[in-house]
Ligand binder design. Structure first.
Ligand code: ATP
Length: 448
């Protein structure tokens, strides 16, 4: 199938330059008129790439463009005279593509189109099909939807540089997996990948966790401790839930990013940081900045390259594909041959998956345990919008007996996490454990 491009350019000189570019003959082309207020309608699900000239008329439609249903699946190349535009900036911050300003360097534009075409080809041909499912895979990420292919392309593009990457996406949509994949496909892959959850750090220990400490630096510092900047030396440092870091520590982090230098607590020795910083949040970063819980100067440092991960409900056929993928993996692990019936697939497709891939994975794992041979709708214990069951009181009839405590604990933790839409702070509070303990347990489940 040939990729499809929408070209919305009014200026005849630009059109002439574009038509002489060889790479464009490999695309199916649809032409639009930037003067036509309806041009955003051309961006349907068949489109891979769009070149849009931002002029007086099309500028007014940038907001509509952003609201088109397939916006996040399409790569954009904007051409403008350079007049600052808030909506265009917003689009660029969401990682939508490229913005070329006059005077145009058509050689560079052609190279960008060549790269885009090559990456479209390689993401489909180089992707390894996961052994037992039919979805494409890039690094650790599984999914064949256009929106995931767009993520693969962005990651490929950024992997070879050292810029700081900022991942935004709902809880459970795969942000840590994206960070890990970025590390694996980068030149730093032989060095460590170190992840730290900024929301789970106790405020007294943030400095020591980030920068390390020397023996005797404070009461209880019985030996030297390496912070994550040092542990990740030469590799990638993943700052998860970075918007949850206490404000006074954000400034310290900013300083390290600006100067490249840090000092372990209690030490006189300045160290030079050599890490690529990838950070993530499931909040809207602009909102967190407005709410004064996240410094905007830190955001700009961290978000040299923003990547948005689409929620599962926007990944079309990947929903069913991932369900089958997780089932296939469980079958391989347990040496079973369980399958899923059409009605269960229908239920999966109809659900909105607020907990994203994590929720789907656990739903399949639970259904796998509950069913004998075939997963039916009744085995899929999904949270419904009108569910008003009070789960906080244990009913004697519902208390299972003879179940290994480890499995029981795992189910309670995962269900509470799902009910809290992946919010670990609320989950830990309800379960009466610390966020750190919750993280340790979740990590253990992922290694099983
Ligand atoms: N594209 C994917 N392919 C396969 N597995 C995935 C994919 N995305 C997520 N997962 C699985 O879903 C679970 C949640 O993923 P991950 O921890 O990366 O999400 P997250 O966005 O970082 O979550 P949180 O916001 O809670 O930190 C993991 O078990 C991960 O392996």
């Amino acid at each position: 199938m040939r990729p499809r491009i929408v070209i919305c350019v009014g200026d005849s000189k630009i059109n002439e330059a574009l038509s002489s570019m060889k790479v464009l003959s490999s695309f199916d082309k649809v032409y639009g008129d930037p003067e036509d207020p309806e041009f955003p309608r051309l961006l349907d699900e068949s489109v891979h790439l769009a070149i849009v000239e931002v002029n007086a008329t099309s500028r007014k439609r940038l907001k509509d463009l952003q609201n088109t249903p397939h916006f996040s699946d399409i790569e954009f190349l904007f051409l403008s005279d350079g007049t600052p535009d808030e909506n265009l900036d917003k689009i660029m911050f969401s990682g939508a593509g490229f913005h070329f300003r006059t005077p145009y360097d058509f050689g560079q534009i052609e190279t960008t189109l060549d790269d885009f075409y090559a990456s479209l080809e390689t993401t489909t041909t180089r992707s390894v099909s996961a052994v037992t499912s039919n979805l494409d895979q890039f690094g650790l990420l599984v999914g064949s939807s256009k929106s995931m292919h767009k993520v693969y392309r962005l990651l490929r593009k950024v992997a070879q540089s050292d810029v700081n990457v900022f991942i935004v996406g709902e809880s459970g949509c795969g942000k840590e997996l994206v960070a890990n994949t970025l590390h694996l496909v980068s030149e730093r892959h032989e060095k460590p990948f170190v992840a730290i959850n900024c929301g789970a750090l106790s405020p007294e220990l943030v400095d020591s966790e980030l920068f390390g400490h020397v023996k005797g630096a404070f009461t209880g510092a019985h030996r030297d401790h390496e912070g994550v900047f040092s542990q990740a030396e030469g590799g990638t440092l993943f700052l998860d839930e970075v918007t949850e870091m206490p404000l006074d520590h954000q400034i310290k982090l900013l300083r390290v990013l600006e100067t490249g230098e840090y000092r372990p607590v209690g030490s006189n020795q300045v160290k030079i940081a050599n890490v690529r910083v990838v950070s993530a949040t499931n909040r809207d970063p602009q909102e967190a900045i407005r709410d004064n819980i996240f410094r905007h100067d830190l955001y700009f440092r961290l978000a040299q390259f923003p990547v948005h991960i689409p929620p599962l409900r926007k990944r079309g056929k990947d929903i069913e594909g991932l369900a089958r993928h997780f089932l296939a993996y469980r079958n391989a692990e347990e040496k079973t041959n369980k399958c899923i019936d059409a009605a269960a697939i229908e239920k999966i497709n109809a659900h909105s998956w607020p907990g994203n891939v994590r929720e789907l994975k656990y739903a399949i794992e639970r259904a796998f345990l509950l069913c004998d041979e075939v997963i039916e709708p009744g085995h899929l214990l999904l949270e419904t919008a009108d569910s008003d069951t009070d789960n906080t009181q244990l009913q004697e009839d519902n208390i299972p007996s003879g179940v290994p405590l480890f499995d029981l604990e795992k189910q309670v933790i995962l269900k509470t996490l799902e009910d809290n839409k992946g919010n670990k702070t609320d989950t830990a509070t309800q379960l009466g454990i610390s966020v750190k303990t919750l993280y340790n347990k979740l990590e253990k489940y992922q290694q099983e």
